[in-house]
Design a protein around this ligand. Structure first.
Ligand code: GLV
Length: 310
């Protein structure tokens, strides 16, 4: 029987264990602290494990990250360099991201920010009609989540483009790639949606220089990582009316300190890193299938390329 050491936030450990037992009863998934023969364990299923975890399991070969973003695990110096890391590729998060971005994109497309302001002034005024095909959405990052979002947003008739590190081809999506095409991508984007992985190349990508390249009146929605955004650059561009509004789900420090000016900014909408959460059933299915494929000497998808940082 294959034993896997499970490390995650306390309250969810039992849920994960139950779901593994239900879907893959032949796997022995145990709370990492309750395992008697740690030197025999090759597989870890983890979310933000600490150093003790790696000291306890010296013979790990493979880690399954219980989330889409692997930035935290890659910057953890305790993670041995030879270990293979697999990330969750969807785990129910793509559908949640589609809901999240649709909600806020429609908010701006249908001028709800203007109507909210008008209501506060008892002011009756219909905003000019805009065709959906003139609303230019741009998605930064066309990985598992970004590519699915790009496809999904077509149901509203928006003009959808995407930017990624390497060239992608997606039906109905204008694809830009590489550092050279970032500027033309930003120039044509009314609503910028960030779903990038956090890597040395994408750190601070939502900075003054790049955000200034968006057309006047553009909006920014960040559900990537807080470190993608230079928050004070954003605030400046909002205050100068270059940007119309922003929606933020992720922050450089979480929870965001109570004194941070983002909290009270009238044109910033905030959520507490809640845009998408790993769902037990699909995540367990994905990890269990990947583990089985590894055991059968296949090469399943989801393997993190450390040189690229995701
Ligand atoms: C959440 O932020 C994740 O990386 O899954």
């Amino acid at each position: 029987m294959i034993t896997c050491a499970l490390y995650t936030e306390d309250e969810s450990v039992e849920h994960w264990q139950m779901e593994f037992n239900r879907q893959f009863p032949h796997l022995n998934v145990q709370n990492w602290q309750h395992i008697n023969n740690p030197e025999q364990v090759k597989y870890g299923i983890v979310w933000k494990p600490n150093e003790d975890f790696f000291e306890r399991f010296p013979n790990l070969t493979t880690l399954f990250n219980l989330g889409a973003g692997v930035d935290a695990i890659l910057k953890n110096a305790a993670v041995p360099k030879h270990i293979d890391i697999y990330r969750i590729e969807d785990g129910g998060m793509a559908a949640q991201m589609n809901q999240y971005f649709s909600y806020f994109l429609l908010h701006y497309f249908r001028d709800m920010d203007y109507y909210q302001q008008q209501q506060s002034l008892n002011h009756w005024q219909v905003q000019p009609f805009k065709a959906a095909s003139n609303f230019r959405v741009g998605i930064l990052g066309l990985g598992q989540l970004g590519a699915k979002l790009a496809q999904h947003l077509q149901c509203y008739g928006f003009d959808v483009a995407g930017w990624s590190r390497n060239t992608k081809h997606l039906n109905g999506v204008t694809c830009y790639a590489g550092a050279q095409q970032l500027e033309p991508f930003l120039n044509r984007t009314d609503a910028l949606c960030c779903l990038l992985p956090l890597t040395p190349d994408t750190l601070g990508i939502l900075n003054h220089k790049n955000l200034s390249k968006l057309p006047n009146g553009a909006v920014v929605i960040n559900a990537g990582r807080g470190e993608h955004l230079m928050a004070y650059d954003l605030i400046q561009l909002l205050d100068e009316n270059h940007l119309r509004g922003a929606v933020l789900d992720v922050y450089q420090q979480e929870p965001l300190p109570v004194a941070h000016p983002l909290w009270q900014h009238p044109r910033v909408m905030m959520t507490p890193h809640s845009s998408a959460q790993s769902e037990y059933e699909p995540c367990v299915k994905s990890i269990g299938n990947t583990l089985q494929a590894i055991a059968n000497n296949q090469a399943p998808s989801g393997l993190v390329d450390r040189s690229q940082g995701y």
